[in-house]
Design a protein around this ligand. Structure first.
Ligand SMILES: Cc1cc2nc3c(=O)[nH]c(=O)nc-3n(C[C@H](O)[C@H](O)[C@H](O)COP(=O)(O)OP(=O)(O)OC[C@H]3O[C@@H](n4cnc5c(N)ncnc54)[C@H](O)[C@@H]3O)c2cc1C
Length: 460
């Protein structure tokens, strides 16, 4: 079986399939020279406990039936067609490597507007964003557009005392930039109300507990009148927001706010180059119950502007199709940003409606590219286990699979001829040890290499 991507979806699928089919052999292809996907490059550096799943993944990788092939971008360094020829099964677990855009004037032209995904990648040492250099010293107010957990990660990193981040694996470059940051206030803005946010209580509580950072009281009109009758999660969140709204603003050095019912219309600039304000349309919750989590909004004619030179777009990640998919009959649903599948992870033929289409033999998907870019690692694990169960059931039922073959044993030669440099699991362990040694020297968990050539140099 070939697995594309070494994030939680790839590893949890491998784990379960190797448990369920004793003759299973897994080759895992990863674009980066290093494994673990968003666990390394997304999860915030001040949440090291979340990264403990890496221990399980390392255990999976230690099996003689597992091969890691890092530094290989499927669709570029190796074609999907080759994988389909040389394996019984291919599992697409390549996550969401793009982000959604607002599509409003000024978004692509003005300086000072960043994608939360790029910013998160930058402070986590993702090679593609090592040169981002966000200008955090131009404005005392930052605006984060979007109200999910990634938006709150961005807000927390901007507000947190930089000294408390120095022992984490955040890059030195990010620490130096944050140390010079002038940001004192962060406004986290959403189109809907507090009952429709997608962040979790744990993340809000963490922000509320930051020393010397106050939470600006939220508009009480947005709080549902009958709190006891709310569903459990909504009730807990409402209580937390109400308690937080009583915080003492007078002695805080910094603050954050949740601004609701604002839909961005345009980014404006006073000098034509740098962002100077964001214009929003006020929205109104509509429907029979505006406090329902699914309530939608309509845009009003009333506008509101927030002056700032620093904005982060945090409205979600997005998956994209890989080159060669259509040639194999794979359907990528561009609207939903997922590979069309039967919910259990079997890829469905594009000629049929979803849910009634025929499964494409031997092709599966898991994780964010299967169900969309939402959910924590625990959700991704459950979802990957469901895919693994489908693979095991199909194998036991002797359902049709792909042509079979010797996988990496054959492909290694093909890829070497093309001059691609691969990174094995043993290579990763050496990179890992080198990063940890660099960290130990300065009292950190690790100091990441932020360029692939640095990682490869270590191996040489
Ligand atoms: C900023 C951020 C913070 C988060 N924080 C938390 C948290 O604190 N706690 C929590 O539980 N969850 C958190 N999550 C959610 C968690 O990261 C996801 O649930 C999980 O990573 C999704 O797993 P995945 O394997 O589908 O995707 P990913 O983790 O993205 O893994 C996909 C892998 O595929 C690789 N890949 C992509 N294209 C190719 C290709 N063409 N060829 C080969 N390889 C390829 C990528 O390099 C990547 O390694 C966070 C997510 C984000 C974005």
């Amino acid at each position: 079986m070939a697995i594309l991507g070494s994030g939680p979806a790839g590893f949890y699928t491998a784990y379960k399939v190797m448990q369920g089919i004793h003759e299973a052999k897994v080759d895992m292809y990863e674009h980066q020279p290093v494994p673990f996907g968003l666990v390394r490059y997304g999860v915030a550096p001040d949440h090291p406990e979340v990264k403990n799943c890496q221990d399980k993944f390392t255990e999976v990788a230690s099996s003689p039936d597992f091969t890691f092939i890092g530094n290989i971008k499927v669709g570029q360094d190796v074609s999907l067609k080759s994988l389909a020829i040389h394996y019984d099964a291919v599992v697409f677990a390549y996550g969401a490597s793009m982000d959604r855009k607002l599509g409003i004037p000024g978004e692509d032209q003005l300086k000072g507007i960043y994608s939360a995904r790029d910013f998160v990648g930058w402070y986590n040492g993702l090679p593609a964003f090592s040169n981002l250099a966000p200008q955090l010293d131009l404005s005392d107010t930052a605006v984060v557009i979007g109200q999910g957990n990634v938006a709150l990660d961005v807000a927390r990193i901007l507000l947190k005392d930089v000294d408390s981040l120095r022992t984490t694996d955040m890059t030195d470059q990010a620490l130096a930039t944050l140390a010079k940051s002038k940001v004192k206030r962060v406004r986290v803005v959403g189109r809907r109300g507090p009952m429709q946010v997608s962040f979790t209580i744990k993340e809000v509580r963490e922000l509320m507990k930051l020393p010397s950072v106050a939470f600006e009281p939220i508009d009480q009109n947005l709080i549902p009148p009958d709190i006891p009758s709310l569903p459990r999660t909504a009730k807990r969140l409402t209580k937390l927001l109400m308690e937080g709204s009583m915080c003492d603003m007078a002695h805080a050095e910094k603050s954050w706010a949740l601004d609701f019912l604002l839909s961005p219309i345009q980014f404006l600039s006073a000098d034509g180059t740098i962002l100077s304000q964001i214009e929003f349309a006020r929205t109104k919750l509509v429907g029979s119950d505006p406090f329902e989590s699914t309530a939608s909004v309509e845009i009003s004619a009333d506008h509101h502007s927030i002056p700032t030179s620093l904005a982060f777009r945090s409205i979600g990640y997005q998956s994209e199709a890989l080159p060669g998919m259509s040639g194999l009959g794979i359907h990528f649903d561009t609207k939903r940003g997922i590979i069309t599948n039967d919910y259990y992870g079997r890829l469905l033929s594009p000629t049929h409606e979803v849910h009634v289409g025929r499964p494409l033999p031997g092709m599966y998907c898991a994780g964010w590219v299967k169900r969309g870019p939402a959910g924590v690692i625990a959700n991704t694990m459950e979802d990957s286990f469901a895919t693994a169960e489908a693979i095991i059931a199909d194998w036991n039922d002797k359902a049709p699979f792909l042509g079979g073959g010797n996988g990496w044993e054959t492909l290694e030669g093909e890829i070497a001829v093309k001059g691609a440099r691969t990174v094995s699991w043993e290579d990763w362990l050496r990179i890992d040890a080198a990063e940890k040694a660099r960290g130990k020297a300065v009292g950190k968990e690790r100091v990441k290499f932020t360029h692939p050539h640095e990682m490869l140099n270590i191996l040489d």
